[in-house]
Design a protein around this ligand. Structure first.
Ligand code: XLS
Ligand code: NI
Ligand code: NI
Length: 448
């Protein structure tokens, strides 16, 4: 097939699998949504518009099941013996067939996910242009949209010591070029965000690392990313994806709070927000809800890579998140702030290595989609009931209603005036119960 001629309705790969539909909680069909009814109105908005779900290209279409102890187990029909142009084209056809069958609105990709193996930066640049055109044709034909694109600055061996933070300016320049190209393709495809996950922006040992220089360079180049976004008229959001470690022992974008400090230092906090991933939150010693609450509070909430880790180990296992309670706790932090704006829920998750059939990809996503839908319904129930919010408001009411609270927050208050007041009034307050168990029971009461 000549470049540009795309057989969008070519031979289907997922022949035996019907499009996934909402069939309600009583359905016996394992490949149906029981809770995700995209047009259902929840808290005044369609479910689809709340969740803005995306399928990720890398885990679902590129990964062949290899791990550090063994090779690929999946033998996908679209993987050729080598990732040449024909294989990359077949992969794209399969990907869009899959997105359409799931009926989800968005997808996400890295430049190297959609292109054939490209040994040189020149080849990657021209292959990405060609593949960008093909992605545009598939988007037009299917109505699937791009949630975000990103440049892979961690897989090629040249990025062993990082991309934008590499000690070698030549490597950093190639990283800059890859970001420029990928941001422009993302823009051309109508992408709603552009993500930077600092895969190897960090270090394994300070003995070979000039931390001060690397962070300075990182800030400088990130400011250029923002400038370029404005120059080309890209209206999507630039997002940094925090992660504390893996692959590097220490990564600069440790968590949302660390990213905020970094953005503040370079005056970028209004321009760059965060893409939060539950498994990364766990690795940083946080809960998913903590990362969301922190980002909302700092005004940098962007998007979510939905997944989870494994209780038994400390790796980034990227499992599909089926923990309705955990997601509900995050949603009750997110929804009152207005929810996801240009962001979405991207399934940055993969099937287990033993789940080698293509059907497993469907089961995994159906489960992930329904877990999000159930969490949304659960969170809506909690927010509509309002008892937890009321308890919280009452707990802090002293800051709004009492003379003391008002005085302490007033313009002229000082350490001395407050201390003197406490002494004069003989304040000796006692503890009031935080009622954690009661509140946890209220959460569980709402779980759908
Ligand atoms: C890896 C990250 C990665 C980003 C995209 O842990 O989650 O998948 O989302 O580069
Ligand atoms: Ni991750
Ligand atoms: Ni991610």
């Amino acid at each position: 097939m000549a470049d540009g001629q795309i057989k969008v309705d070519g031979d289907p790969v997922f022949k035996g699998i019907d499009p996934i539909r909402f069939e309600g909680p009583d359905s016996e069909n394992p490949l149906a949504y029981r809770y995700y009814d995209k047009d259902q109105i929840v808290l005044g908005k369609r479910m689809e518009d709340h969740l803005r779900m995306a399928v990720c290209y890398w885990h679902t279409f590129c990964w062949d099941g290899f791990d550090v102890f063994g090779g690929g187990t999946f033998n996908r029909p679209w993987h050729g013996a080598v990732n040449d142009r024909a294989a990359a084209d077949a992969k794209m056809a399969a990907a869009f067939e899959f997105f359409s069958k799931l009926g989800l609105p968005y997808y996400c990709f890295h430049d190297v996910d959609v292109t054939e193996d490209s040994p040189t930066p020149d080849e990657l640049s021209s292959n990405l242009k060609r593949m960008g055109d093909r992605l545009a044709a598939y988007q037009d034909a299917t109505g699937i949209k791009l949630l975000w694109g990103t440049a892979n600055l961690f897989s090629n061996p040249r990025f062993g010591a990082g991309g934008l933070t590499n000690p070698n300016p030549e490597v950093a320049a190639v990283a800059v070029r890859q970001i420029r190209d990928c941001m422009e393709v993302t823009h051309a495809l109508g992408g709603e965000n552009y993500v930077l996950w600092g895969g190897r922006e960090g270090y394994d040992t300070l003995l070979n690392t000039d931390l001060d220089r690397e962070l300075g360079n990182f800030g400088r180049f990130l400011a250029m990313v923002v400038d370029h976004k404005h120059k080309i008229g890209f209206e999507g959001k630039i997002l940094i994806e925090p992660k504390p470690h893996e692959p590097m022992y220490h990564q600069y974008d440790f968590d949302s709070a660390t990213v905020y400090g970094f953005l503040k230092r370079f005056g970028l906090e209004d321009e760059v927000h965060v893409n939060i991933e539950p498994n990364h939150a766990t690795l940083a010693g946080h809960s998913f809800a903590h990362e969301i609450a922190t980002a909302v509070s700092l005004g940098i909430m962007g998007s979510i890579d939905i997944n989870c880790g494994n209780y038994q180990n400390g790796w980034d296992t990227d499992q599909f998140n089926l923990d309705i309670r955990d997601i509900t706790l995050a949603l009750i932090e997110l929804l009152p702030s207005g929810g996801l704006d240009t962001g979405g829920f991207n399934f940055d998750a993969k099937v287990r290595r033993q789940s080698s059939s293509v059907e497993d990809l469907f089961h995994a996503h159906v489960g992930g989609v329904d877990a999000l839908a159930r969490a949304l319904l659960s969170a809506a129930d909690i927010l509509e009931r309002g008892d937890i919010a009321k308890f919280k408001a009452d707990r802090y009411a002293g800051w709004e209603n009492s003379d003391l609270g008002k005085m302490m927050l007033s313009e002229g208050a000082s350490l001395e005036s407050i201390a003197d007041h406490a002494a004069k009034a003989g304040l000796s307050p006692s503890h009031a119960s935080g009622r954690q168990e009661m509140l946890e029971n209220l959460v569980n009461r709402s779980l759908k």
